[in-house]
Design a protein around this ligand. Structure first.
Ligand code: AMP
Ligand code: MG
Length: 342
């Protein structure tokens, strides 16, 4: 199959909508990462997503909507808190896991009794949902296991020949996947951190952080958010998080200088490092770290890195999401200034 990579213009949005109505899959920009979309109500179309990505069947998909009437159709008696969160954070990078309606096929929800729903903020994503008139099941548009795509070229590199169309809507403004929360009356459970932070959610109800956010899950275990148990977001190189202050990070990296050894450090810090160094955003600017993380991980592979030593980010605000993705990219390898596992 030939893959067309086209700008997200009105004509190409109409083309995407027509392909989706015919049961095809399409790569789309959103503000979080690029998504690989299909009609959420068409099981054959949804199976094409799993086939193109090589995604494990037990990992459910998020369904994307463009108004609250779609939320009513796809869920079963959402609590009032869900509407309060929708009012506060939609359109935007928050997915709510709610009891599902019968119209949703098992292919979307991996046979769970719940469904993850999101109203994206990106105008091209909204336009495709509106023009197609369909709720769109869409995971990240990468090969399963590799870093999520934050540019149309990332989608092309992973999925060319496997899907008919990718709409190019520029670089994703958030750069990490959505915050996933399970919502009941009076209680929020954080399943995956993202652009909407724990601090923001806590204004509405107490937030319980699921164990899978910061701890490695047994791949055979039954977990609340199946996506969190897989090796994820990871380049071919070995990624190691170095939990140390800057002077110790410099000594750590410079003493391990060798062929294939790279670093990811905050902007400006590369002048002190004696190995090739990729950007990990600006120190203290957590949003800039979120935005470049996946692109820098992909560039490590393009450059042939074998080992990448990464600065440990702050763990508050969107920094929790950055750290969560980095932990998975590193297979949970975190070391101190002497190289001892933490
Ligand atoms: P992706 O679409 O690749 O960003 O992955 C979607 C994430 O949302 C995965 O981590 C899923 O496990 C999670 N998710 C989607 N639907 C549900 C659900 N019904 N219950 C729990 N987690 C879900
Ligand atoms: Mg994904």
């Amino acid at each position: 199959m030939e893959t067309q990579l086209l700008p997200a213009s009105p004509e190409n949005i109409a083309l995407a909508a027509a392909l989706l109505q015919r049961g095809e899959v399409v790569g789309l920009p959103t503000e979080t990462v690029y998504g690989l979309a299909a009609d959420a109500l068409n099981p054959q179309a949804v199976r094409k997503i799993f086939a193109a990505k090589g995604r494990p069947q037990d990992n459910p998909l998020i369904v994307h909507i463009c108004d609250l009437s779609m939320l009513k159709t796809l869920t079963c008696e959402p609590p009032k808190l869900a509407y309060q969160l929708a009012e506060a954070f939609w359109p935007g990078p928050m997915t709510m896991v709610l009891p599902k309606a019968d119209c949703l096929p098992d292919e979307v929800t991996a046979s769970l009794p719940t469904v993850g729903i999101r109203f994206p903020a990106h105008p091209a994503a909204q336009a495709v949902i509106r023009e197609s008139g369909l709720p769109l099941a869409a995971p990240s548009a990468n090969l399963s296991g590799s870093p999520s795509p934050t540019k149309a070229s990332h989608v092309y590199n992973d999925l060319q020949g496997k899907i008919p169309l990718i709409l190019d809507g520029g670089e994703c403004s958030v750069g990490l996947e959505s915050t996933v929360v399970a919502v009941r009356e009076g209680a929020i459970r954080l399943l995956r951190p993202g652009g909407i932070t724990v601090e923001q959610l806590s204004a509405f109800a107490p937030v319980e952080i699921d164990n899978g956010v910061l701890h490695q899950m047994d791949p055979t275990a039954k977990v609340a958010s199946p996506g969190m148990k897989y090796k994820h977001y990871s380049p071919k190189a070995d990624v190691v998080i170095v939990d140390a202050g800057f002077p110790d990070f410099v000594s750590f990296v410079n003493s391990r200088r060798a062929d294939g050894v790279y670093a990811m450090a905050f902007d400006g810090e590369e002048t002190m490092l004696k190995v090739p160094t990729l950007s990990f955003g600006a120190a203290g600017d957590l949003s800039s770290q979120a935005k470049v993380l996946f692109d820098s991980l992909r560039r490590c592979d393009e450059l042939g890195a074998k080992t990448v030593y990464v600065r440990s980010p702050q763990k508050n605000g969107i920094g929790l999401a950055v750290y969560n993705r980095l932990l998975r990219a590193a297979g949970f390898t975190v070391v101190d200034k002497d190289g001892n596992p933490i």
